[in-house]
Design a protein around this ligand. Structure first.
Ligand code: KG4
Ligand code: ZN
Length: 345
């Protein structure tokens, strides 16, 4: 049994967690997330310096509150990128101090890899099934939108990615255009529930092209133009949100299906990242998985957003690489990309 302490501070969530595991079965022992949403709400988005200062105030407190002790930790895992560099540094420095004081090995974890490994966890208990390789992962977060082929633990090929904005970023920007509060994704999804997704015909850029790449900047512009014209009518907002949501999600599904058609050997389909909280996307992915007869893994709702359990889980599988001297050399890598991009056409 290996017990991993996870620490996350890459954006606007400070989080610590203790995960234990053996083989490929993991179990969350402790898990706490402290969100800075209320602080950043007043600015309409995350201010990196403010985020870093909040992490300083909160992280040590969380560790203390959870009563995490030296004896119950075998390895320390911390998000070391991608993310806001000032925010990342707070988590890294906390982890380094603990690794030094407790004489424990330390491993730097890629935040996106963490999101993927949320699929190896359940909020309660141990999952009955875990993903099998090769796995196709659709990563949808505030900063990333990509299709990854994972042939084994920690090995990724980037089959496709957004050429401009991430899908979560598009949700956040559209929320602003529609006058909805930060964070925008959940607010747009909520407004979309009572709207007509066919009322506005927004573009689905690159949906039909041969690549597995995506693009969201054109869609955002189209929504801005429509919103300027339509928002004077009180019933337009839900349908603008629903039409945007459909245009944002359909290309994700189209590219996932294209990838499943190309890589017949895929044994599991995974959804990961903050946008995986989206009910409509979860349902569409379930349909796709059914159509291609491939087992689908979606994180528990409470594990879709940023948390430290997912970082501990990724650290668990990287534990062999963890080293006792890592506290001296570990650095923040704010633009760390998972895997090499592999053009499929
Ligand atoms: O993965 P995440 O927590 O942070 C990053 O690593 O970037 O993702 C946050 C993103 C935000 O853009 C947020 O608006 C979006 O996920 N999001 C959603 C929903 N819940 C969160 N987008 C659409 N529908 C949702 N229900
Ligand atoms: Zn994230």
């Amino acid at each position: 049994m290996t017990r991993v302490l996870g620490i996350e501070s890459s954006c606007d969530e400070s989080a610590v967690s203790l995960v234990e595991g053996e083989g490929d079965r993991l179990h969350i022992v402790k898990n706490i997330v402290s969100s800075q949403i209320e602080v950043h709400k007043q600015y309409g988005g995350v201010i990196p310096e403010v985020a870093a200062r909040q992490h300083v105030q909160v992280l040590a407190k969380l560790l203390e509150e959870q009563g995490i002790k030296r004896e119950e930790v075998d390895v320390i895992a911390v998000t070391s990128g991608p993310g806001l560099v000032t925010a990342l540094r707070v988590g890294i420095d906390t982890a380094k101090a603990l690794a030094w004081a407790w004489e424990k090995p330390l491993v730097g974890v890629n935040h996106i890899e963490g999101h993927i490994y949320a699929n190896w966890l359940r909020v309660h208990g141990t999952p009955e099934e875990v993903p099998q390789f090769p796995a196709l992962c659709l990563v949808v977060s505030g900063g990333h939108t990509e299709l990854l082929l994972m042939r084994e633990y920690g090995k990724y090929e980037r089959l496709g990615e957004t050429l401009d904005d991430a899908v979560g970023e598009a949700f956040d920007k559209v929320a602003k255009l529609l006058g909805l509060p930060y964070p925008g994704g959940p607010a747009v999804a909520k407004a979309a529930e009572s709207g007509d997704p066919r009322r506005y015909r927004f573009p689905r850029p690159m949906m039909k092209d041969e690549t597995l790449d995506l693009s969201y900047s054109g869609l955002k512009t189209a929504v801005r133009i429509a919103a300027q014209k339509e928002l004077t009518s009180p019933d337009a907002l839900p349908s603008l949100a629903a039409s945007f949501q459909a245009a944002a999600l359909e290309p994700l599904i189209a590219k996932t299906e294209r990838a499943l058609g190309m890589y017949r050997e895929v044994k599991s389909l995974l959804l990961a990242g903050g946008v995986s909280a989206n009910t409509r996307l979860r349902a569409m992915m379930a349909e796709t998985a059914g159509k291609y007869d491939v087992p689908l893994f979606i994180p528990d709702l409470a594990l879709t957003g940023d948390n430290a359990a997912m970082i501990a889980a990724a650290g668990f599988f990287r534990a062999q690489e963890a080293s006792k001297g890592a506290w001296q050399t570990l650095r923040a890598t704010s633009n760390w990309q998972l895997g090499a991009h592999r053009r499929v056409v």
